[in-house]
Structures are given as structure tokens and as C-alpha cells.
Design a protein around this ligand. Structure first.
Ligand code: SAH
Ligand code: F3S
Length: 461
């Protein structure tokens, strides 16, 4: 039997042990998808390894939202070529958004690549690998119709640590002019609410204390399942799962984030006080060309709603600088809004033209050095605001969910406040604290991007 699949060749020892290494780029949804990849590979005998030189399979889970991360993927795969030449049995694959964007063209361009697949094809990995083992190059970027689409069911044991991401809606139905995401991630499809609740229950039973619900636009959740409730209904159901200490969600779209959702911050005790609401620009003309579907005044109303429901809420946003046609005045409006709103965190990017988008047909007319100057000015302003936003924690006792050892110093723990701020604190009293605990930490110091403090014994948590 020449072509016996060696997965079944050693019945007495079970499945052969093989090693997989996944390199993850991009957003939290990719982090979640990586865990699903590992999950569907486990029944084939694949164990995760941190050491790519030991791996039998290396997968790149990729991001194509800007040109830079896309180039990084090509750079990494090129550097893996010698490894493949040294060990021809090594399987190399590109998954995620770059895989979806370029599809089989990547296989032609990179003949040593075995596998290309998109975000919707994770569940087909076993079949794809079986074809690769037969010596084929495999490209699978098939899209499924909404009625046929099935999410890979989350296995709680695939998670490690007290926090977990959970995708509740895939794709995006918006048409933001700069954005490639709808072109690579497809239309919105909501995970059935019963499945979401069931998965959260399983995660909590496994020791997870904090769940972050994920979607490109979580506010659209349920629009394709109108009889089963909307996002606010889902938040209420998930929040009621016994033992769930904290609930978070990301990302909200300003046009769709409604009062019902904002009120959840007041109503649901374990919904953590943190809201990411990307604005992109504070010029109405730019927003219009971006096709974002709201004005600056409407955005500010949403911020007011959030602060009204929860005065201490931490707010973060995204800005793009140098979108086609953005004048110095447009940019100054963004700067003025930043001063006015005082966000806790801003993620800011230089505009990067992306294929298939509407904006790629507009002239990319802001020179590169001007984009760089605007980005620098925005980040300098935000750095100042961020420090003063963090100073409000000084002297306060914050509820911190302990996540694990601090990366900054030995003998320290790292955790996060409800407002999503990293806090480092000494491990004393010895042995009293462990990952997954909620502890009260008195904040004693504000660092550039984190807080430091000391456990308060009688914080009453
Ligand atoms: N709704 C999504 C947005 C995904 S893209 C979410 O879950 O956050 C994340 C951010 O990347 C966007 O908010 C935007 O600020 C930035 N971005 C997207 N396309 C871009 C482009 N072509 N150039 C620069 N930045 C971009
Ligand atoms: Fe992109 Fe806009 Fe959707 S930023 S992911 S098209 S909401």
C-alpha cells in the first residue's frame, strides 16, 4: 500500500506527533483565528511549537489592511525559503487576509509555498493538508453563502490563560473608501446567539474570567438573524453567564453604536468600562469622502452618550492621516477634536492605498513626508493627553485581573484594569495572587504606557 496516509500508520501509538508554528499578524480576529487553526490541526496530531526550526508546518496568519504588513508577510515567507530547502518535508502556508487577497497567484509567485487559504477556509485545513501530502500546491479561498457558513465551534480547551477572544460576527457590510477588509473578509455573518452563550459558558468552565467579543463591526451583530435579538441583547445574555468576571467588545462603528448599547455600560456590572470607537478623521468633508456615514457632530454625540452612561469610561479611537485630499485645515480639525475629547488611547496610521477600494482611484496627494509629520504631531499630542488621562488613576485602588508574569520585570505580575490599562505590581505577598484572580491594586506610578502599583489587601474584591 504505497500511499498509506502516515497519520494512520501507527495505530498502537495513536497519532504521530507533528509540530506546527503559526505566525500571527494584524487584529484580534486573527489572534482568534490562529487558535481555531491550532484547534482543527490537533486531531491530526499537530502540537504547537514556539520554535519554527522544529516545525513540520509553518502557517502565516496575515493582515492586508495596510501595505506595510502585507510586505512583511512576503519578507517573512522569503526568509523561510532556506528552511524549506533544507527540509523539503516542511509544509509552508499563508492564511488570513493576504491569502484571501492574492489567492493562487501567491503559489505561482512563490513556488516553494504549499498552501494558500483565506479566513473562511480554516475548517478545511485537514483536507488541504491531505492534498499537500500528495504533493500538490493547494489554494483554497472559497467563500461560502450566508446560509452555508458555519463558524468553527470554539473548543474551550484550546484557550490558555484567564482571558479569551471570541468572534461573534465575521465580515463587514460597510463601504469605507480606504478599507480592504470587506473585500477580503466578505459579508457580515453573525454567530447564532445560543452558540455564543454556550461558548462563553464553556470558556468560563475552563477558567476564563474575561471574554472579549470580536467583530469588524459588533454593532451589526444580529442584523442577519432579526428574530434572535441585537448586539445589546447579546451583551445582556453573555454578561449573565455565571462566573464571567469581565466582558469586553471591539470594534464599534460610530454610525451604528446606539443608546441601547451605551446603556449596557450602566446596566451590566461585568461589562468593563472601555469603548473603542474609531473616528478616522474629524473633518466632515474627509469623513464624507471616506464614506464613513457620520458627521463629527454625530460622533461627538455618541461620545457624550458613552460618558453619560459611564463617566469613567476609557475611550480609544483610530485616526488615518493623509487620506486623499486631506488639507492642513482638515488635519487641524482632527487635532482640535483630540484635545476636546481626550481619548485614553489613539491608534493612528498613515493612509495606505489598498487594491479594490474606492480610495485607490483617488489621487494619493498628501506627500509621504507630510503624512509622516502629521502622524508625528498627532502622536505627540496624544502622548501628552494619555499621561494626563492615566494620572487620574494615581492613588486609586483599581480592580485588576491578573493575567500572568510581567514582561517588564522579574517577580512581578501583569494585569489589566477594567479600563484596559496594563498594571504591573510586585508578587508579594508571596503566593497569595495567581493568574485569573481579581485583586485591588493601589496605583502608585504612571509609566509611559502602563501603571505600577501594590496589592491592597482589603480592597473588598
Ligand atoms: N472596523 C474595523 C476596522 C479594521 S481596520 C475594526 O475592527 O477596527 C483597523 C483600522 O485600520 C481602521 O480603523 C483604520 O484606522 C485603519 N485602516 C484601515 N484601512 C487603512 C488604510 N488603507 N490606510 C491606513 N489605515 C487604514
Ligand atoms: Fe473597514 Fe469600515 Fe468595515 S474600516 S472593517 S469597512 S467599518
Amino acid at each position: 500500500m504505497a500511499d498509506v496516509d502516515d497519520r494512520f500508520a501507527f495505530p498502537s501509538t495513536g497519532l504521530p506527533s507533528r509540530r506546527v508554528h503559526v505566525i500571527t499578524y494584524g487584529c484580534q480576529m486573527n489572534v482568534f483565528d490562529t487558535r481555531r487553526m491550532l484547534q482543527v490541526l490537533r486531531p491530526l496530531g499537530y502540537e504547537e511549537t514556539d520554535d519554527m526550526t522544529m516545525a513540520d508546518l509553518i502557517l502565516l496568519n496575515t493582515c492586508s489592511v495596510r501595505e506595510k504588513p502585507e510586505q512583511k508577510v512576503i519578507g517573512t515567507i522569503t526568509r523561510l525559503k532556506p528552511l524549506k530547502e533544507a527540509r523539503p518535508g516542511l509544509v509552508l502556508g499563508i492564511g488570513g487576509c493576504v491569502g484571501q487577497q492574492h489567492g493562487k497567484a501567491l503559489l505561482d509567485r512563490l513556488p516553494y509555498l504549499d498552501l494558500v487559504f483565506g479566513p473562511d477556509n480554516i475548517r478545511d485545513l485537514p483536507d488541504m493538508l491531505a492534498s499537500v501530502e500528495k504533493g500538490r500546491q493547494v489554494g483554497n479561498t472559497r467563500r461560502m453563502k450566508r446560509k452555508d457558513y458555519e463558524f468553527v465551534a470554539v473548543e474551550a480547551r484550546a484557550e490558555a490563560g484567564p482571558t479569551a477572544f471570541l468572534t461573534i460576527i465575521k465580515g463587514c457590510d460597510k463601504v469605507c473608501a480606504f478599507c480592504i477588509v470587506p473585500h477580503v473578509r466578505g459579508r457580515e455573518i453573525s454567530k447564532p446567539p445560543d452558540q455564543v452563550v454556550h461558548e462563553v459558558e464553556a470558556l468560563v468552565a475552563r477558567g476564563v474570567r474575561e471574554v472579549t467579543l470580536l467583530g469588524q463591526n459588533v454593532n451589526s451583530y444580529g442584523k442577519d438573524r432579526p428574530s434572535e435579538g441585537d448586539f445589546a441583547d447579546l451583551l445582556a445574555r453573555v454578561s449573565a453567564v455565571p462566573g464571567l468576571a469581565r466582558l469586553r467588545f471591539v470594534t464599534s462603528h460610530p454610525a451604528d453604536a446606539d443608546r441601547r448599547m451605551m446603556e449596557c455600560f450602566r446596566r451590566l456590572p461585568n461589562l468593563a468600562e472601555y469603548l473603542h470607537l474609531p473616528i478616522q478623521s474629524a473633518s466632515d468633508t474627509v469623513l464624507k469622502r471616506m464614506r464613513r456615514g457620520y458627521t463629527v457632530a454625530e460622533y461627538l454625540l455618541k461620545i457624550e452618550m458613552a460618558r453619560d452612561a459611564c463617566p469613567d469610561i476609557a475611550l480609544s479611537t483610530d485616526f488615518i492621516v493623509g487620506f486623499p485630499g486631506e488639507t492642513r485645515e482638515d488635519f487641524d480639525r482632527s487635532m482640535a477634536l483630540i484635545e476636546k475629547v481626550r481619548f485614553d488611547i489613539i491608534f493612528s496610521f498613515k493612509y495606505s492605498p489598498r487594491p479594490r477600494t474606492r480610495a485607490v482611484r483617488m489621487e494619493d496627494d498628501v506627500p509621504e513626508n507630510e503624512k509622516a509629520d502629521r502622524l508625528q504631531a498627532l502622536q505627540d499630542l496624544q502622548d501628552r493627553i494619555m499621561v494626563s488621562r492615566m494620572e487620574r488613576f494615581l492613588g486609586r485602588v483599581e480592580e485588576v485581573l491578573v493575567e500572568g508574569a510581567s514582561r517588564a520585570r522579574d517577580f512581578e505580575w501583569m494585569g489589566r484594569t477594567r479600563t484596559n490599562r496594563v498594571v504591573n505590581f510586585p508578587t508579594s505577598p508571596a503566593g497569595a495572587v495567581k493568574p485569573g484572580d481579581l485583586v485591588g491594586v493601589r496605583i502608585e506610578e504612571v509609566k509611559a504606557h502602563s501603571l505600577r502599583g501594590r496589592v491592597e489587601e482589603d480592597a473588598g474584591l
